[in-house]
Design a protein around this ligand. Sequence first.
Ligand code: SF4
Length: 507
Amino acid sequence: MEAFWNSVRPLFHPDPPGGAGAAAAERGIESADKAPDLCGPSGAVFAADPMALAGSKAHPLIAGTKVHLVTFGCQMNKYDSEMVAGLLGEHGAGFVPNEDDAELLVFNTCSVRGRAEDRVYGRLSYLKRRKSRDPGFLIAVMGCMAQKEGEQIAQRFPYVDLIVGTRQLHQFSSLLERVREGAPTPLLAIDESPKVEFGETVARRESRHMAYLTVTRGCNKRCTYCVVPYTRGPEASRPIEDVVAEARRLVNDGVVEIMLLGQTIDTYGYDLGRERANLTKLLRAMHAVEGLKRIRFITSHPEECQEDLWRAMSDLGDKVMPFVHMPAQSGSDRVLRRMARGYTRQRYTEVVEMARRFCPEVEIACDWIVGFCGESDADFEASVAMMEEIRFQSSYIFKYSPREGTPALNLEDDVPEEVKRARNQRLLDLQERISLEKNRAHVGRVEDVLAEGPSKTDPSRLTGRSRQHKLVHFPGGAELAGKIVPVRVTGATGLSLQGETVMGGRE
Ligand code: SF4
């Protein structure tokens, strides 16, 4: 699992701080961990006549069901939630902002950290009483925890109705139909299907103008601390034509920016045959999608990034944004070896130099794990030096914690908690200083900002993202949402830029 997690203090994330969590929740899709993306028109999706609304795909056992969906974890999970919400919507389900009003409550779960699992277990325990009062109320658990711990969930919470693993999500609505038809519950669908289906539904997004689009699922790496290969299975890519077809559907639905998602996106297409599909081919095909204004992709792996990627980014720079999220995890070769990351610090630095040579504008976000098994003071100092040397735009920083089922469980978790905490804080402070310095360098410049929507704290201001994925706040009305607006930067913090729109466009 690369960066797909909220850090102690997330510096990079597509989610704007103080975003439209409430508005997204109004749409019945809630992110449990942090404020979700700004969303489009709120609420009003529960139709009086859901069968008529859903049209030909409406299903009598689903149409009219009031759904509330809670997402834990990463962007990949958000995409999965959006896809399942799209499927349910297509079958006539509606979404309610308050889970107390839901007839079906869905948890899309994350296994990367124990805390997220504990929160799901807590919420499931809490629902026992409601379920005994109202047996018609349905509970579904989907995603990584369902895949990894489906059997245990079924035993511990027998009142859960449906458990759907990461590779069965496209069947969510037919599984729900079976539950409604009276199939024994909990109904478990956690087979490790070798084939990954992505579906054709237009996802029901939290954000109107920006969409995630998963292009590969699973991961073929075996980083020793990571649970993803065991919860999401081996890498499976979606053919370029399918991705482009979904991109076109999204553009027709109002999307102007797409973020392509893959655990190691650089190896996209390898399972389909590199000649047929690879990341640069995909970027070129996406670039040709009419009406699509911005393309991003995450997450990059330093072992896999090749020169042709930076060449493609340079060639396609009007639409492919100069931003890369490439986790380093450590600046120490000794620790990188223990993590089985497959590269050295020197290799990482060379990749960054190559990226900057071809795309001087590119900004790089990073992930770090502090306190991994056996990390000495000298190892940690190597991470500090690397952060200082490369000067990332932002970083996610995690304290290592052992995860069940990972190879690192065989290593001694020997760095004391207080040392992990101190190292974590030191990297956070350093990154904050670097981010502030880098952001201040933008004061006076004009940035092209994709306006996402009104700021939650001040509706007279808008929130958006620059080409380099910097968060920008500026005055403006809701009519600018979804437009690319020239903004002169007037101020900066470590987390965001403030600015004013340039009247009459760029000077
Ligand atoms: S195994 Fe490694 S590369 Fe794969 S998702 Fe986990 S951290 Fe990322």
